[in-house]
Design a binder for this molecule. Structure first.
Ligand code: PMP
Length: 412
């Protein structure tokens, strides 16, 4: 699928053609996105919103068109509900601070899940520490899916917010966010979805999903680094105070006090990343030209094919006392597979596997994937993770499996 649009895929690594399977960490960029950045700085770079001159008006228009494109992309009611941030982490920190200031008191509870990335844990822990509130998490079944009955048991009148990942960046499992939102809303509890691993890979409609907040990163969806989004329902955003002060987010500043700007600007203090928003807009156009359903189907095919090939590899290696263990095996997944290799019950360190794969041109990620509580629960120091993007193909997986077999033969 359109590999030629991504110049970096022609690179060689250690003399081997690059096979890039680290898309959950960040995606590569199509030429149109890189061209957009050059175009912005070459033709219309100027600070936005405050200028009467031509360049400033062009830059303002491009930034606001990008906001509308994001709103349309996720099915938001209005572009006022789209706050540009630096990325998912920034979005979740902004929400934790702002929501915390407005709504969290001593003894209140916030619920996340056992599979969260640190960026959907630590901001809530910091808030809980500040407010003497309590952070709870939805536990896992043995098959590594979320225990929804246990989740229901966690809910009480103390629960003020639920924040869960749509797709686990370690396991690739798709959490039942529709069900979580429905259950939470029966009790009027708002829900934030960490969409870092879902928005780049499947069509998301925030109105159909009915989530109250959604956070995601541009760099994981073929856009540039340093730009991301916090979506919030207007009713909520209007109730929340700004999390940062400065230019742009104000209406009037007097020594006697300050009044804040309207949505979404009250959450965008300082000069925004208007080049990033423009490039993100081009990334969205690029994904839409392929179609989100086509991207999802393509990546599902790759995931199923890869799991199948890994199962075969496991069978092949069994007689030699080697196990290739895929976590949450055969659960529906969105483009992410984590595994470990055991030789006669002993874990082969994921770092060693990743290093030898790298020497064969295969880029994977190893370690705790910024989800230490989940990794602790798996009882290992880390995993090896392969993750797919729209440009990957079955040949990439064949190359990975061949390199994995070689690696196992060296290490086991
Ligand atoms: N949440 C999830 C599920 C993620 O996978 C990531 C990135 N690995 C993040 C949050 C953080 O994203 P960023 O580093 O772009 O802020």
């Amino acid at each position: 699928m359109n590999r030629a649009d991504f110049p970096i895929l022609k690179e060689t690594v250690h003399g081997r053609p690059l096979v890039y399977l680290d898309n959950a960490a960040t995606s590569q960029k199509p030429q149109v996105v890189m061209d957009a950045i050059t175009e912005a700085y070459t033709h219309w770079n100027s600070n936005i919103h405050r200028g009467v001159h031509h360049l400033s008006q062009v830059a303002t228009m491009k930034h606001e068109e990008a906001r509308q494109a994001v709103a349309d992309f996720i099915g938001a009611k209005s572009s006022d509900e789209i706050v540009f941030t630096k990325g998912t982490t920034d979005s979740l920190n902004a929400l934790a601070f702002s929501f915390g200031e407005a709504f969290i008191r001593e003894g209140d509870e916030i619920i996340v899940s056992a599979v969260e990335h640190h960026s959907n844990i630590v901001p809530w822990q910091m808030l809980c520490e500040r407010k003497k509130a309590v952070l709870r998490h939805i536990p896992l079944h043995e098959d590594l899916t979320l225990d929804i009955e246990a989740f229901k048991g966690l809910l009480s009148e103390k629960t003020k917010l639920i924040s869960v990942a749509h797709v686990s960046n370690v396991l690739g499992t798709i959490n039942p966010v529709e069900e979580i939102i429905r259950i939470a809303h029966e009790r009027n509890i708002p829900v934030c979805i960490d969409g870092a691993q879902s928005v780049p890979h499947r069509a998301i409609d925030v109105q159909a999903l009915d989530c109250d907040f959604l956070a995601f990163s541009g760099h994981k969806m073929y856009g540039p680094t340093g730009i991301g989004v916090l979506y919030g329902k207007r009713e909520w955003l209007e109730l929340l105070p700004p999390h940062e002060g400065g230019g742009e987010m104000i209406n009037h500043v007097r020594w006697s006090g300050t009044t804040y700007n309207e949505l979404p600007y009250k959450f965008e203090a300082g000069t925004p990343n208007f080049v990033g928003s423009y490039a993100l807009h081009q990334a969205i156009n690029y994904m839409q030209s392929i179609g989100m359903d086509a991207i999802e189907a393509h990546e599902r095919d790759l995931t199923e094919y890869c799991e199948e090939r890994m199962k075969e590899e496991n069978e092949r290696m069994k007689e030699e006392g080697v196990q290739v263990h895929v976590y949450a095996a055969s659960q529906p997944k969105a483009g992410v597979i984590s595994f470990n290799v055991f030789s006669r019950q002993d874990l082969i360190h994921p770092f060693d596997i990743g290093t030898l794969l790298d020497q064969q041109g295969i880029a994977v990620r190893t370690g705790h994937h910024c989800a230490e509580p989940l990794i602790d629960e798996l009882g290992v120091p880390g995993t090896v993770r392969v993750s797919f993007g729209l440009y990957n193909d079955r040949a990439d997986i064949d190359a990975f499996i061949a390199a994995l077999e070689k690696t196992i033969r060296i290490l086991c």
